[in-house]
Design a protein around this ligand. Structure first.
Ligand SMILES: O=P(O)(O)O[C@@H]1C[C@H](O)[C@@H](CO)O1
Length: 309
């Protein structure tokens, strides 16, 4: 659980900015200043000569992806100024700089979630830091429950769109003062997921002989940490969601706001339960186990493809 210190009492405290009218203690309005993002970016740039143009976020149990990076420079989140801490099993809490086929990348082994008690400004803090260190393309991965009847555990869903259920209730990471140096007040999201990168993923999947497990679909974000009820799964399925999870959309919104190219993948770690007779029970252990499936080793994140981004 995020501590009070994490949530604003540290020396790198999250500051509330913007007009007082925007400050509402009952709502997650805490915001960082531009200078705080910059402070973290400058700190990282001073510690490594690598200048990544690609960032990768590893979802639950998928942190092993970082091991393909060569010439690694690793930072524990606890050592990075202003960085939140990972509190969830399967999220190591390390920022790994390194090279994929000679191309500098930065990889988050562990992300932050709203259900950990973090405001969305903290959940998405690394995205703006990445922008300031020169990242142009972000690859976001997550573990998700399959709502689409055709999906199987181990399938990889290329995310073509999302439903931000939390956003419907005003819980959007861009709520509050808009920092114009990152992007505009009302960013468009209809092109959030880069279509060329989606196409490339399918090509790579075919080349590697994995067409049968590469899917495409809509990801729906819920708040968690409780898994969905049967009625909720049925509802999300009818709303047009193919997979459900507890992350990603906030990162996507902030990345798009600051002009990054986005490619996102869900690993289907479990099938959402939609039948009252089912014996299946969603659980985090099963989610983490799916991250070890051998098929991941040949995913569209294969190093040979990164150089084409
Ligand atoms: O960080 P991601 O979205 O990959 O993690 C999913 C959602 C929850 O954090 C957790 C549930 O098992 O996995």
């Amino acid at each position: 659980m995020a501590t009070a210190r994490d949530l604003g009492e540290s020396s790198h405290a999250t500051k509330q900015t913007g007009p007082p009218a925007q400050r509402n203690p009952g709502f997650h309005f805490e915001q960082y200043t531009y200078e705080e993002y910059k402070e973290t970016a400058d700190w990282l740039l001073s510690k490594t000569e690598l200048r990544p143009s690609i960032a990768i976020i590893c979802g639950s149990g998928i942190g092993g992806l970082a091991s393909v990076l060569k010439d690694q420079v690793v930072f524990k989140y606890s050592d990075i100024p202003n960085f939140p801490q990972s509190t969830v099993p399967g999220h190591m809490g390390r920022l790994v700089f390194g090279k994929l086929n000679g191309k500098p990348c930065v990889c988050m082994q562990g992300r932050f979630h709203l259900y950990e008690g973090y405001p969305l400004s903290k959940v998405t803090f690394p995205i703006r830091v990445f922008r300031l260190i020169g990242v142009e393309t972000i690859i976001i991965t997550n573990a998700a429950g399959g709502l689409n009847e055709d999906f199987k555990v181990g399938d990889i869903m290329v995310i073509k769109d999302h439903i931000n259920l939390l956003g419907f209730a005003g819980n959007n990471p861009l709520v509050g003062h808009n920092e114009d140096r990152f992007g505009s007040r009302f960013p468009c999201m209809s092109d959030a997921y880069n279509r060329d990168l989606c196409k490339l993923a399918h090509e790579v999947g075919r080349e590697l002989g994995f067409s049968n497990i590469i899917r495409e679909g809509v990801y729906c974000a819920v708040g968690g940490p409780s898994f969905e009820t049967i009625a909720e799964c049925r509802m999300l399925n009818r709303l047009g969601a193919d997979a459900v999870g507890m992350s990603t959309v906030h990162e996507v919104i902030v990345a798009r706001h600051c002009g990054m190219r986005i490619f996102a993948l869900s690993l289907i770690t479990n099938k959402a339960v939609m039948d009252y007779d089912s014996e299946e029970r969603a659980n985090h252990e099963e989610v983490l186990l799916a991250g070890t499936l051998p098929v991941l080793l040949s995913s569209p994140l294969h190093p040979n493809r990164i150089k084409n981004l």
